[in-house]
Design a protein around this ligand. Structure first.
Ligand SMILES: [Zn+2]
Length: 318
């Protein structure tokens, strides 16, 4: 190749590589990338499956024992706008090597337009709902159980054995309790029945504290709801805590563990459970996961002078 033809060849190749002239606009993406994050615990593979987020307007009565001004200050400290609580949803899939265990099931798009992507992310993770062996439910709030069924009442996980906390079933399926309920709590009663009434024979109940499936031990963490349950997962010499709703948005409830939001049914009991859980996580330097933490909803908790601070995991390619 002569010097001249070599030069024009290189120039042509450079032009071909630039299909757009420099500075041209690229189309804006309309969606985020997939919400799937995998990590390891011993020999287990865990997958965080993002379902979405709900931006919930809150008023001055949102925390029973803190002022609206204090809550807005905490939101501002987390670079969040005032009077809106972002509630993120992330389900946790545990692959033990022989079983696929799903902890809580997402909203199935039945709560808000900005959530409902859990099944799509499960597909991105390469897993079909029929492959799930076991579903563990932390409590009966809609954002945790709605994914069990479609809006039309079809079961989403055809082959899964579903385990629920015994005191949770007892409370939400009790007609006398329901007759005293109103507002959102009444809606939770009705929704629990929509999901579970025709499944009473197949749904299995565990006593919180029991090992529900091998290496996953339930932890009573009552207060948020009467039977609210967290889980400890063990593999090899490693353990982690799936805290469920014991701690929700960490910038409010880990930093201010004594705050009692109106959606904790027994505020004082929930504070006790929250402090016990956070103390254990911080003291034992355990990996934690929580359903409403920002995606991928896992990290470690550090004790501070006034509360606890979440140190999120750093993205790992493997
Ligand atoms: Zn929740």
């Amino acid at each position: 190749m002569s010097a001249l033809s070599r030069r024009s060849f290189l120039a042509g190749a450079a032009l071909a590589a630039l299909s757009l002239p420099a500075g041209a606009a690229a189309p804006m993406a309309s969606a985020q990338g997939p919400g799937v994050y995998r990590y390891k615990l011993g020999s287990y593979q865990l997958t965080a499956l993002y379902d979405g987020v709900w931006y919930v307007p809150i008023d001055d009565k949102f925390i029973r024992n803190a002022s609206g001004a204090d809550v807005n200050k905490a939101l501002a400290a987390a670079f969040l706008p005032p009077r809106v609580l972002p509630i993120s949803f992330t389900a946790l899939l545990v692959n033990t090597g022989s079983k696929l265990v799903l902890i809580d099931t997402g909203t199935a798009g039945q709560l808000t337009d900005t959530a409902g992507s859990m099944l799509a992310n499960l597909a991105v993770a390469g897993i079909s709902p029929v492959e799930i062996d076991t579903i563990l439910i932390s409590h009966f709030h809609p954002d945790h159980i709605d994914g069990i069924k479609t809006k039309d009442g079809d079961k989403m996980f055809a082959n899964a054995e579903i385990w629920v906390p015994e005191p949770e079933w007892k409370f939400w399926m009790d007609d006398a309790q329901m007759s005293r309920a109103k507002g959102p709590v009444l809606r939770y009663f009705l929704n629990s029945r929509r999901i579970f009434s025709d499944m009473a024979k197949e749904v299995r109940q565990f006593k919180p504290g029991a090992e529900v499936v091998p290496s996953i031990v339930s932890i009573p963490a009552y207060g948020h709801t009467p039977g609210h349950t967290a889980f400890a997962i063990h593999s090899g010499n490693q353990s982690m805590l799936a805290m469920s709703d014991t701690v929700r948005n960490p910038y409010l409830f880990a930093r201010h563990p004594d705050w009692q939001p109106i959606f904790d049914m027994d505020g004082a009991l929930a504070v006790k459970a929250r402090r016990t859980m956070l103390d254990r996580a911080a003291a034992d330097r355990m990996l934690v996961e929580a359903y409403h933490f920002p995606f991928p909803a896992c990290g470690h908790m550090v004790k501070t002078a006034t509360g606890y601070e979440l140190v999120p995991v750093e993205w790992q390619p493997l």
